[in-house]
Design a protein around this ligand. Structure first.
Ligand SMILES: Cc1cc2nc3c(=O)[nH]c(=O)nc-3n(C[C@H](O)[C@H](O)[C@H](O)COP(=O)(O)OP(=O)(O)OC[C@H]3O[C@@H](n4cnc5c(N)ncnc54)[C@H](O)[C@@H]3O)c2cc1C
Length: 471
């Protein structure tokens, strides 16, 4: 696996007595190697990541977060911050240092008068969906309910509602942030506006977000779900999909996927283990209009599987959770894509035929529609002219297949990269070094680096897709 070259991952060892004294101040839990739960607590979602921190602090409230930051800084400990623990490269955990974990902070508060929801920094997407679905509302986030809002939301946040309502960051109104010096500040358009700009795409570089305030939008029941076609029709379907989604109204959303049908009862037996292509829909608004959009695909070529129909938004958001439990081996590669040329369509389908395991997949998430209504320099997330975020993931339960799935993802990416927009969505990348990070932020990198120097001059928050402080 590629390693980060920016900053040495050094950490000073802290003696046990000091840790015990500190633990008294914490409302949550301090877990060290002596604890029975240590081995379980150090694990993150990606089973390929195997790191051994000195201690894990499970914070209960903002005071715990502040005390943890101060303790780690004063003792020169390398510090990782964990929200949902889903990060591709396992950036929610580190070797030797400390993990500041927010998984006990999952509270939400819906405010119907102002049409907003406040979500604590350890919330999973499902926590937000659960709270908002009750009122037929939603916040645009990702496509799996077990992902953390903090990591996802600070990197951009794209998924089922991106074309209708924009990225997660486009719906962020405010965030409470604990800075590297232990101070708690609020970031919004009115307060610390530079910090607010930076955390909308800049990841965990600037501090620990203890709570977010998001705008809610109408969702309720959507017209959604998967539709699959045989891979022999792959090129034709991908072409049709491309032409369709580039012109579709913002209320229509479908991402394109290459996949192997899992051998589980919800899928017809004759399709089990077949390599296929498909789209997953999430159309908002009038259900008849939403259906008409889907019917165009049905008319073009009858799908081999058609599970699209009216579904509660939160149901769609958790539809695939069971297929991807914690602990699988994941190897990630990604790029932004502006156009799908004939060559790239042919290459994509070719690699679809070579999918190396049942869980491995490729998704092309459309990020046109409402995402294009925000200017490139309005938030740290810069690729506002890309039409898709592409992710290629080699996934398998067996550590023995690690090489096989990684090799497929690397080769696939190498073939596609020349046809891409250059940079990638930072939340779909493993640790690929500074050049890739800079390519992802483009001309916004310099401004991010200056803001980093203001809020975290010592690069205390460096276990992330690191933006180095300007000199
Ligand atoms: C199965 C799966 C599906 C996914 N689907 C989508 C998708 O549909 N759309 C999408 O946009 N992304 C998606 N992602 C990518 C996802 O956005 C990233 O993996 C993201 O980093 C996950 O956030 P987390 O909080 O779970 O991760 P963590 O591993 O906890 O943290 C990730 C990074 O965020 C930082 N961080 C975490 N919490 C905080 C906090 N409270 N304050 C400051 N920094 C913090 C950490 O330092 C770390 O650098 C998916 C990932 C997986 C594994």
């Amino acid at each position: 696996m590629e390693t980060l070259t920016v900053e040495p991952r050094t950490s000073v060892k802290v003696d046990e007595k000091k840790i015990q004294e500190f633990a008294v101040m914490i409302r949550g839990q301090v877990i060290t190697k002596n604890d029975k739960s240590y081995d379980e607590e150090r694990k993150v979602y990606n089973g390929m990541i195997d790191r051994y921190p000195e201690m894990i602090i499970k914070c209960r409230d903002v005071a715990d977060v502040i005390n943890s930051v101060n303790f780690a800084r004063e003792n020169k400990m390398l510090t990782a911050v964990r929200g949902g623990g889903h990060n591709a490269g396992g950036l929610g955990v580190c070797d030797k240092g400390v993990v500041i974990d927010l998984s006990l902070m999952r509270g939400t508060r819906v405010d119907l008068k102002n049409n907003t929801i406040r979500a604590e920094g350890g919330c999973l997407l499902g926590d937000i969906d659960h709270a908002t679905q009750q009122f037929n509302k939603a916040v645009p986030t990702g496509i799996l309910s077990t992902t953390g809002i903090a990591g996802l939301g600070l990197g951009g946040g794209l998924g089922h509602l991106s074309r209708a309502y924009g990225l997660t960051i486009d719906n962020m109104l405010e965030a409470d942030v604990v800075l590297a010096n232990g101070k708690l500040v609020t970031a919004s358009e009115k307060e610390n506006a530079d910090l607010f700009w930076a955390i909308r795409g800049g990841g965990g570089n600037f501090g620990i977000v203890t709570s977010f305030l998001f705008k809610m939008s109408d969702a309720g029941t959507v017209y959604g779900g998967p539709m699959l076609w045989h891979l022999s029709d792959g090129e034709e379907m991908m072409r049709f999909y491309r032409d369709y989604i580039l012109k579709a109204p913002n209320s229509v959303y479908c991402y394109f996927a290459l996949l192997t049908v899992p051998p589980v009862p919800i899928f017809p037996q004759e399709l089990h283990l077949k390599k296929m292509c498909g789209v997953v829909w999430c159309n908002v608004g009038d259900l008849d209009k939403s259906k008409k959009a889907v019917d165009e695909f049905r008319k073009f070529k009858t799908p081999a599987l058609d599970y699209a129909g009216p579904i509660p938004f939160s149901g769609l958001q958790s539809l695939f959770d069971g297929l991807y439990p914690k602990g699988l081996q994941w190897y990630w590669k990604a790029d932004f894509v502006k156009e799908l040329t004939e060559t790239s369509i042919r290459l994509n389908i070719n690699y679809g035929h070579k999918l190396p395991s049942t869980h491995s997949t490729m998704h092309l998430y459309p990020i046109n529609g409402a995402c294009h209504q925000v200017k490139k320099n309005e938030t740290a997330f810069r690729y506002r002219d890309a039409n898709w975020a592409q992710v290629i993931v080699g996934v398998d339960p067996e550590p023995a297949n690690r090489e096989k799935i990684s090799q497929w993802a690397k080769e696939y990416w190498e073939a596609m990269h020349p046809h891409s927009a250059g940079g990638a969505y930072i939340n779909f990348m493993m640790e690929e070094g500074q050049d890739r990070i800079k390519a992802s932020y483009g001309e916004n990198y310099e401004k991010l680096s200056k803001i980093k120097a203001k809020y975290d001059p010592e690069n205390f928050f460096r276990v992330n897709q690191n933006v180095t402080p300007a000199k």
